[in-house]
Design a protein around this ligand. Structure first.
Ligand SMILES: [Zn+2]
Length: 347
């Protein structure tokens, strides 16, 4: 049987076939209707591809792996979701590189022994506090000055989350199994970002109060693990649970209000208490807007089909996540700088 290319069910919503060879393969009957490499309308999608009924066109679905990989350079409704977090990942990889170079133990040498001498001289510390770990980044986990590892934990969490997110939006169209796996990974990575974001503020603010420090960090790790387990349930990814997902991750992030207010009272009246509290509230506000936009599907809900390519809620969420992470990075450096000037020795 010869299929006609102008048959409604085989023409994409944009009115063109996406694969150059598809017309010929359809005309000779070698391509199945269910395995076309083209962009689809929402109503044509299999259930596992559906998620936002207000984005009407430009969907990929059931694409082969090679075409899925190449689709990062094509225009569809996930293009900006991929690139907003791929560029965010590159930004945070660069910030991590800067943070490594900024470390006093790294600046002088690639030798662990020489690194010890440098940090010892720079901070006038006794030898027992200046021991360092050898390796490619000497001083990274140094105890000779203010520890930088909480900063790097956050940077690692941000890089993993952004790269995972970009990959999820990139490969989610490949098949149902891939789709199911990547969204679970995405939720785990989000929980990881929220968790690792707690490390710089809690560690540096309560560096001299190990009981509070360990209690807060343990609490967020347990909360993150619990959220990770919940996100593995298949129903968690169902479109009807989108507000629940937004609520779960927002709730995790909002639990940071407790150590934040504790820090503000504890470090009062030092200027760092006000600066960091204001920055953390600003970051929380940015994330909250992102969560509300994600849960309510605004603006595409107001004008379905208008924001399919540019400007839909998920893209806004992605940009706000990067903005919030940048604010957090800046705040973490403020903590480090302040701690390097304070007299507290980590316990
Ligand atoms: Zn996303």
């Amino acid at each position: 049987m010869v299929l006609k290319v102008d048959q409604p069910s085989v023409v994409s919503c944009s009115g063109r076939l996406h694969s150059p060879g598809l017309r010929q393969r359809l005309s000779d009957g070698s391509a199945s209707l269910q395995k076309q490499v083209r962009l689809f309308c929402y109503h044509e999608l299999p259930d596992w591809c559906k998620g936002n009924e207000y984005i009407l066109r430009h969907y990929r679905a059931d694409w082969p792996l090679t075409r899925t990989i190449l689709s990062v350079f094509e225009v569809h409704n996930e293009t900006l979701n991929i690139w907003t977090h791929l560029l965010g990942f590159i930004l945070f990889a660069w910030l991590t590189y800067i943070a490594v170079l900024e470390h006093p133990g790294f600046a002088s040498t690639s030798s662990g022994a020489q690194s010890i001498v440098t940090t010892q001289q720079a901070y006038n510390l006794p030898p027992d506090l200046s021991t360092d770990l050898p390796g490619p980044f000497p001083g990274l986990f140094s105890h000779s000055s203010v520890p930088r590892w909480p900063l790097f934990v956050f940077l690692w969490g941000a890089m993993v989350c952004l790269l995972t997110s970009a990959s999820c939006h990139w490969f989610c169209c490949h098949c149902q199994t891939t789709n199911s796996i990547v969204w679970k990974l995405d939720y785990l990575a989000i929980a990881g970002l929220v968790c690792t974001s707690f490390f710089p503020p809690v560690y540096y603010a309560f560096m001299c109060e190990p009981v509070w420090r360990n209690m807060y960090l343990s609490a967020i790790v347990i909360l993150s693990l619990a959220t990770g387990v919940i996100s593995l349930f298949p129903k968690f990814n169902h479109p009807t649970y989108q507000p629940l997902r937004a609520g779960v991750f927002s709730g995790m992030a909002l639990s940071g209000i407790v150590p934040c207010l504790h820090k503000a009272a504890f470090l009062h009246p030092e200027p760092i208490a006000y600066f960091t509290t204001a920055a953390e509230l600003a970051m929380g506000f940015v994330y909250l807007i992102g969560a509300v936009v994600y849960a309510t599907k605004v603006p595409e809900k107001w004008l379905p089909g208008r924001f399919d390519i540019i400007g839909h809620s998920h893209q806004i969420l992605h940009v706000l996540v990067v903005v919030g992470a940048c604010i957090h990075y800046n705040t973490a450096w403020a903590y480090v700088t302040w701690r390097e000037q304070s007299s507290c020795v980590p316990k």
